[in-house]
Design a protein around this ligand. Structure first.
Ligand code: HXC
Length: 288
């Protein structure tokens, strides 16, 4: 599922591309952000894995440290991106143990399918709090390091706000905000030598998002222009490109990695549309 040392033999990247660099990844124990970070580790970087759950985050960091002899990978567990002070502590630990931060991946995210009528104010605020406020807080906490090291930021966004997708109002609103935040920061922080971009995954097989959002129908993969689901490696490769010197003049962009999927319209929740929307709306109206 994740990456292993065979990545070095089969990728186009130079093995020591990120030697001496340190990456700070929120959501780093999750499927996509873990693979992004694994690629950087395999290519020479050290890493801080930031997550809420202690057992998962500690385990992921310990496993990722085995990817490359000499790799330093630390766990910043029990960090909630909704609390900036929690992130400040994680940054302090990273600088104490790994010396600095060069790259930030703001990837912590939450999602579930829910129609507007059943989505509580707290549910909406929770997703916006993790995805959007959490992304902002991550940059805020890392800013001194980014300025000192002329670092880079990569937000993990999505494509589901490019048009209306049922049951995704909360995430669409949050990710639209992430894109806007990224654009503004690219412009403001560019003069400091800080590059800021987004990577927006499409249907990536065997991920938490895929399990939560996509009901796999026979032939669904063939509706994707590239004719297959994505892999976490596809996102890892885009990440390597954006952090590499090959992208030195690339900032303020959204790199969509979805096999062309969004051009076809998202089908993730379409099996529920429109009959399920009608049923849920009617259920809610009957309570008024
Ligand atoms: C409706 C729900 C719900 C659901 C939670 N809530 N799950 N409402 N349907 N399935 C509501 C709760 O009832 C509560 O509102 C509010 O949301 C907060 O829930 P908590 O469980 O207290 O929050 P918390 O423990 O902080 O958990 C956050 C979470 C959870 C987002 C709800 O699912 C989570 O931790 N997710 C992290 C992992 C994850 O989602 N990974 C997938 C990322 S994929 P009330 O009103 O009852 O208090 C992804 C891809 C995006 O982001 C794009 C892909 C293309």
């Amino acid at each position: 599922m994740g990456l292993d040392r065979s990545y070095l033999e089969t990728s186009v990247w130079k093995p020591d591309l990120f030697k001496g660099k340190v990456v700070f990844t929120t959501g780093g124990a999750g499927t996509i952000c873990r693979a992004q970070t694994e690629a950087l580790i395999l290519l020479g970087a050290d890493a801080a894995i930031v997550g809420r759950n202690k057992a998962n985050t500690d385990k992921a960091a310990a496993e990722m440290a085995q990817l490359r002899p000499g790799a330093k990978v630390i766990s910043c567990a029990e960090t909630d991106v909704r609390q900036v002070q929690s992130l400040v502590k994680a940054v302090e630990k990273t600088v104490r143990e790994l010396g600095k931060i060069d790259f930030v991946i703001a990837g912590a995210a939450g999602n579930f399918l829910c129609d507007f009528n059943h989505l509580s104010t707290n549910a909406f605020a929770t997703v916006v709090g993790i995805d959007l406020l959490g992304s902002y807080n991550t940059v805020k906490a890392c800013f001194d390091q980014l300025r000192k090291n002329k670092g880079q930021i990569l937000f993990v966004s999505a494509t589901l706000h490019y048009y209306g997708i049922p049951f995704q109002a909360h995430v669409g609103a949050a990710k639209a905000g992430v894109d806007a935040l990224s654009n503004a920061l690219a412009v403001e922080l560019g003069p400091l030598g800080i590059r800021v971009n987004c990577v927006s995954p499409g249907p990536i097989a065997e991920t938490e998002g895929f399990k939560r959002l996509v009901r796999e129908e026979k032939g669904y993969d063939k509706t994707i222009p590239i004719q297959r689901y994505g892999s976490v490696r596809d996102i890892a490769d885009a990440t390597v490109y954006l952090f590499s010197p090959a992208a030195d003049y690339v900032t303020g962009t959204v790199q969509v990695v979805d096999g062309g999927s969004w051009h076809m319209g998202s089908r993730g929740s379409h099996h529920l549309y429109p009959h399920e929307v009608a049923r849920l709306n009617a259920e809610q109206l009957s309570k008024l």
